[in-house]
Design a protein around this ligand. Sequence first.
Ligand code: GAP
Length: 414
Amino acid sequence: MTEVTMDKIVSLAKRRGFIYPGSEIYGGLSGTWDYGPLGVELKNNIKNLWWRIFVQDRDDMLGLDAAIVMNPDAWRASGHVAGFADPLENGKMFNTMFTTSVGTGVDAITVYLRPETAGGIFVNFKNVVDSFHPKLPFGIAQIGKAFRNEIAPRDFVFRSREFEQLEIEYFVRPTEWEKAFGEWQKNQIIFAETIGLALSHIKQVEVSPEDRAHYSKQSVDTEFVYPFGQKELWGLAYRTDYDLAAHAEASGVDLSYLDEITGERFIPHVVEPSFGIDRTVLALLVSAYAEDALGGEARTYLKFNSAVAPVKAAVFPLLKNKPELVAKAREVYGMLKKDIPQIMWDDNGNIGKRYRRQDEIGTPYCITIDFDTLGDPSTGSGQGSSLKDTITIRNRDTGEQERVSINSLASRIA
Ligand code: GAP
């Protein structure tokens, strides 16, 4: 059993270009993190999968990308200006919304950076209904940045001041919220499994009334066992008609929905699954981190599944000083890259070092072009043309290698 510590995760994430401390050359900025070249690929893979599964593959979902800075009246109506606060040590409440200003001089107004993406969805409810006339139940999904001036940011990207949420406001008839709540609770487990989170580390926990957000009548957190303890990964809340009713009252705009089947007009209720991408990336790094010995040598690897792995395969020429090998390897690399963009070229150091480097970033397959690939009987294993246009493909988890034809490679990796 590998012991997974935060030191190991943070150091690998930095060394291999997943996550760097924010503004590091200036000494950092507490609660901010920058995603490096592999971190952004990993994050995009998860976001694209989420969008595909929860928006594009379904008939009851619509997408949105609303502004981060909203009219501050929206945050007054939602209760965030009055109540989105955490206790300081002296017992005083501190509102964790960041403020900035919009406009110049006397016309400038104080505005907030959104503390949840949900706000943009509620204020666009009527726009989306007027454009698309969706039938209940239906959801509006959004992926975007959210900001909280956390009193004590900590535990790497677990609690940061700028983070990203993938949120769905799922609108239902008031009598149907429990069914939707149960379905989204299951969907969160299914998504965890799809991206490769360790299910043994996942627990769904009912949130007590005193710990629920001000808008929620029932909440279940999906928690994950991080190296620093079992804590929230994602949220699920029954927000009732709290938000739409509050925005209707404050804006004076009718946000009710006409049910064409029953002829009734009412404010829909809302079930809200909320996924934080940063905690997801952290949980995924913890789930994937592994150490073992391969061929008598210790190694560290990330056992990402192919769907989320930032690099799907790496292509090497066996030797970098043999132009005929390099040319053939470039040809294979170019062919694969057309269909699978997340392919990496590596010709640095010996083959063993390249394998270790790819293992450490979780690349499922390494493809080596050797003399047999060229089919010249005077080189390679001497089998000559029978192995022409075949390559070796190495499996990250077992270290086993197989010879397959170049033609079958793309479908094999896809
Ligand atoms: N709209 C509902 C909402 O914002 P939340 O439980 O406050 O609910 C939802 O946040 C998710 O956003 C959390 O489950 C977590 O994944 C993520 N999140 C919240 N605060 C965060 C922070 N300071 N740093 C990183 N992720 C955070």
